[in-house]
Unconditional design. Structure first.
Length: 451
């Protein structure tokens, strides 16, 4: 056998893939070239309308041969703002993402969450020859953004608690809408205790232009002439069916009621002191302010009202007329800070004759109003009246020491007419008031409070 021929054939078969060996594999196909296009990388696309922030980024898929200008157009500019209206890519930055920042815009309207598009499109000035200039709007990705509504229809009432005197005392309530309606919102007011207090109006109306302007309601106390203690009343609110708004106000029921405390003015009048001062107290208002501060500091007149300086300041503002001028009861007792009775009623404090007496049941010192043997500014004669500017330091604005800088004063340790108009009786038993007390002196200020 010719073994040379067999070896030759075997070599030929091996070279040709014969002999049972595996066939050689075809080479892999090359990847497709990148497609010209714009890619959007989502960032924060859901945020609040009330100062919320969002963003997204944009990058090109391929390198351009010229500037590629992309317009950024917000579909709803009343709900969102964008920090960029246009971005530009070129051969150097085509693969560097550019970020567009977004901000919510508050509208004060309960109109629900809003979802809309931010549209990207190739600007007509793009002169790229690689295909970007030919991209249609439909071939460029847009961004969907959701803005969360932070508004809910509601009604705010303030303050939630007030205190007024039953003797025609007044207080003011405010009512305002929380959001802008698209029609009218009619609010009814009701009072659950019409014996204790009254409202000046029973209904208020808001619209799209007046929704955030508070309507003011006046509550007035009603006097009953009885020592019956303080009373309470509640002011309630509800939305009337005649309202034309469609943003949700017809469904609002959770409206805070206002608690009104009507303070009984048929309680004893309490006298106390506010320390010492000269005759310049910045007028009646300044004297009253000193008394209010003193009442708070020494915790006198708790749960009472009508804190005023106990003095005359002019012929139209006299001690004897304080029940009329300041709403004090003329029939209730006048007492000291601890309840010691000074007189059974207001009229018993004064007399029309210097020869009558005693005038009060005990002195101001005995009742704990003042220390013993002290002077106090009264500006008043024994009848509780006054007359000239020289009898009350020019309405308590004068601390001079001249011949016309004077005031009537009272004495703390007397219960005859000298308690309110200090002076002496001469040998003929004639009363001579002290008319030489100048306003530069520093003596006590007496205060009153109560019904």
């Amino acid at each position: 056998m010719d073994y040379t021929l067999i070896l030759f054939l075997s070599l030929i078969m091996t070279a040709c893939g014969g002999g049972g060996g595996s066939s050689p594999q075809s080479p892999a196909s090359p990847p497709p070239p990148p497609t010209t296009g714009v890619s959007v990388v989502s960032g924060i696309t859901t945020f609040s309308e009330n100062g919320g922030n969002g963003n997204f980024s944009v990058v090109l898929n391929t390198i351009p041969d010229n500037d590629v200008i992309i317009d950024v157009v917000t579909e709803n500019t009343s709900a969102i703002s964008s920090d960029k209206s246009q971005i530009t890519f070129n051969a150097d930055n085509w693969d560097v993402a550019q970020t567009i920042s977004l901000s919510g815009i508050d509208d004060n309207i309960a109109d629900g969450n809003k979802t809309f598009s931010i549209n990207l499109s190739i600007n007509s000035l793009t002169n790229d020859a690689t295909g970007y200039a030919e991209l249609l709007p439909a071939q460029v990705s847009n961004v969907r953004v959701t803005v969360i509504d932070d508004d809910a229809p509601g009604i705010t009432t303030t303050p939630l608690q007030i205190s007024i005197s039953e003797n025609s005392g007044t207080g003011t309530l405010d009512i305002v809408l929380n959001t802008q309606p698209d029609g009218t919102v009619v609010v009814n007011l009701s009072n659950d205790n019409t014996i204790a207090a009254s409202l000046d109006i029973a209904q208020v109306t808001f619209d799209s232009t007046s929704w955030n302007v508070a309507k003011k309601i006046t509550v007035t106390g009603i006097d009953d002439s009885l020592s019956s203690g303080n009373k309470t009343a509640k002011v309630n609110f509800d939305v009337d069916a005649s309202s034309t708004d469609t943003t949700g106000y017809n469904s609002v029921t959770a409206i805070s009621e206002i608690q009104v405390t009507v303070l009984d003015n048929d309680v004893p009048i309490t006298l106390f002191n506010a320390g010492t001062t000269d005759g310049n107290m910045n007028g009646r208002a300044g004297a009253d302010a000193k008394c209010v501060a003193a009442a708070s500091a020494i915790q006198v007149c708790a749960n009472k009202i009508n804190v005023h300086a106990f003095l005359s300041s002019s012929p139209s503002d006299q001690l004897k007329d304080m029940p009329v001028t300041y709403g004090y009861s003329s029939t209730m007792p006048v007492q000291g800070p601890t309840g010691a009775v000074i007189s059974s009623n207001w009229s018993e404090l004064f007399t029309s004759s210097s020869f009558a007496g005693p005038y009060i049941q005990q002195s101001l010192a005995s009742a704990g109003v003042l220390p013993a043997n002290q002077k106090w500014w009264s500006g008043s004669r024994y009848a509780g009246n006054t007359y000239t500017v020289a009898s009350h330091c020019d309405g308590w604005t004068n601390n001079g020491s001249g011949s016309f800088d004077k005031s009537f004063i009272g004495s703390s340790s007397n219960n005859d007419i000298r308690w309110v108009l200090d002076g002496i009786w001469n040998t003929s038993s004639n009363f001579i008031p002290d008319e030489n007390f100048v306003c530069s002196n520093t003596i006590y200020l007496v205060c009153s409070c109560g019904g």
